[in-house]
Design a protein around this ligand. Sequence first.
Ligand code: ADP
Ligand code: MG
Length: 398
Amino acid sequence: MSTLQPAWTNAEGADLATALFAETFGSAPAGVWASPGRVNLIGEHTDYNGGLCLPIALPHRTFAALSPRSDDVVRVVSDLAPQAVWAGTLDDVRPGGDLPGWVTYAAGPAWALRDAGMTVHGFDAAFASCVPLGSGLSSSAAIECAAALGLDEVYDLGLATDDDGRARLAALCVRSENLVSGAPTGGLDQAASLRTSAGQALLLDCRDGHTEPVPFDLAAEGLALLVVDTKAPHALVDGQYAARRASCEAAAATLGIPTLREITDLDAALAQLDDPVARQRVRHVVTEIARVEEFVALVRAGRLRDVGPLMIASHESLRVDYEVTVPELDTVVSAAMAAGALGARMTGGGFGGSAIALIEASQVEATVQAVHDAFAERGFGEPAFLVAVAADAGRRVA
Ligand code: ADP
Ligand code: MG
């Protein structure tokens, strides 16, 4: 029987990060900051189209034990490879720099802050994380935002103290992920990590960065949100994600609008596009934005139990029109639904990664078993499971 992956408490995570810091750098850190991974409830591949999305922060966080330095040296270490300390200078941390991939996520925010004119010197940082890595649950934003929160405080930038500042910090982490890490992602992940609140989903309008809290209390409804990390191998992920984004931008250019968000008449827009693939991509984005609005309206009306069909419609649109699911993701959805889930869909960018299922709180074990069995039957590797509740945004924890 598969076990659920627990989230560390703040004390556990802070202790692990502090111990790694002390072992590696021989001193105590100035503090520990933690920032969460996320699941997106609905609104997929809409962020880079100026659209709507609806993430919750996971209770699973990445912890950054961090100290400022008086010079420009940067040293980072992660519990994933505790022997592999990376040391360089702030000047090494930049777009096109010769950095190990993970260091671009861990240290890249320092470049974005400096590039925006803020005064940031060197730092030592040790990271410990219980966010599943590369599983579509945004371990990348969790590590960026944990580092950024630490730098914000030790260098007295004052961004994390209110939502406007956090929006700015999130945008700088996106810039780092795009330019230093070279991943052309939108703004969903960093907003979820920095701008969420416990017990709330975050309605994020990526056209202008406006957010609204949406009450999301699963327990009060007797429900649970099961997350299944398919562990499906990511082949060609980067290229495929970039290709989706590029085709949306090309379609918007053909239509003479800045982003696909500006489409008000879907049929008229589709009629102007000759390429059948472009039509599919546009249809997904426009219908997905409408589904976010419907989902939020249902939740606000106290009808959380009625969102299942929207989740299924989202998954189908991502499978058929956007073509970003894989058989493992489709199998989670079909197995969870056959086991009685109210709704299920892939979450995150796709091409592997994770899916979510909205289920009765009493059905967690039965659904885990059903998905486990379906994977075994199809010869897929063993998936991992966790239960999501809407957790708090990143902050200082020690
Ligand atoms: P996701 O964000 O869905 O987990 P990504 O591919 O966007 O997947 O980001 C995963 C990458 O982020 C990892 O390959 C690694 O480079 C970096 N990363 C995330 N968390 C950590 C961590 N705790 N320690 C080291 N690197 C990390
Ligand atoms: Mg990521």
